[in-house]
Design a protein around this ligand. Sequence first.
Ligand SMILES: O=C(O)CCC(=O)N[C@@H](CCC(=O)O)C(=O)O
Ligand SMILES: [Zn+2]
Length: 338
Amino acid sequence: MTILNHDFLALTLANPESITPFQVSFSSGVGFVEETGILRLEPKQASAVSLVLSVGIHGNETGPIELVNQLVSDILTNKVTLGVRLLVIIGNPVAANAAQRFCDVNLNRLFNGAWQHYEGFEAKRAQRLEKAVSDFYALSPADSEQIRLHYDLHTAIRGSVHEKFVIYPFVEKAVYNKQQLGFLAASGIEAVLLSHQSTTTFSYYSHAVHAAHAFTVELGKVHPFGKNDVSRFSELEKALLLLIEKAQFAQTPLSALRVFSVQDALVKDDDSYQLNIAPNASNFTQFEAGYQLAHSLKSEYRIKQNGDAIVFPNTNLPIGQRAGLVVRAIAAEDLSLV
Ligand SMILES: O=C(O)CCC(=O)N[C@@H](CCC(=O)O)C(=O)O
Ligand SMILES: [Zn+2]
């Protein structure tokens, strides 16, 4: 018999590939373990908010997993009252057990159906996670009365000038949601990157396919299980509690946010591809116009404007994948908001 024992993370790591579905009750609702690492929590009282919280899409990004596992435990033990529909996802339990970012393929490149071109655990998992999100939102029609949310929580390989930041998925008409930005600012997010193109990430999938307010949320530097200082997530925890218990969005003025537009995605085009940065360079390190940021036998990339900065530099990946983003600061007042 499967026992949840208020510890969704322990259950998931003990059953990394699959689990027989089962149900649990708690005072403010009912929980359905639909598959390993996929827990749907339905409140007793009907709610217009359907919130997806995903963590561990990269197996070694443990801080957000610990944060969300504690939240789930507090709901199951009735310390926190569930006031919204909540889908909790621990994305890649196999990689989490191996303390690795992924096993065969980067799971966060396989959404929007990209999984169809790959094999292995991550490909199957991306398909299963899309189905979980799809089924979850199907129970909350995409109309003006319903609010679909997806916060995909990560930690980054490197340190960062702005410790906590989000990637706002590419939105066709470049109109951004004021309430969501205010909520992110209240959650301790310091910077927002406005994505310049469609991608195959989990948050982009929820935005593009399900019209959810969806964000990749970076919460600091990656650490192993047990080595995270979860007090660094306290503002996010507080804002999530208000959302989960009362369906309210904490708000901080948008002036607290630095905004960046993504200018270019650097793509590794050859085995010879190199980034000309210090090995320990932080995310948001700036460069001067003309600086040769990347080169390979096939191409080079020079900085276009003074102050353009790099985020997520990484060349330890297959040819064809993103080796970094070049971002440029823009004035928050220039954003079109709704
Ligand atoms: O630190 C890094 O280089 C990567 C951290 C990370 O996993 N970031 C996400 C961002 C996804 C997005 O662009 O929305 C990723 O690379 O998958
Ligand atoms: Zn990640």
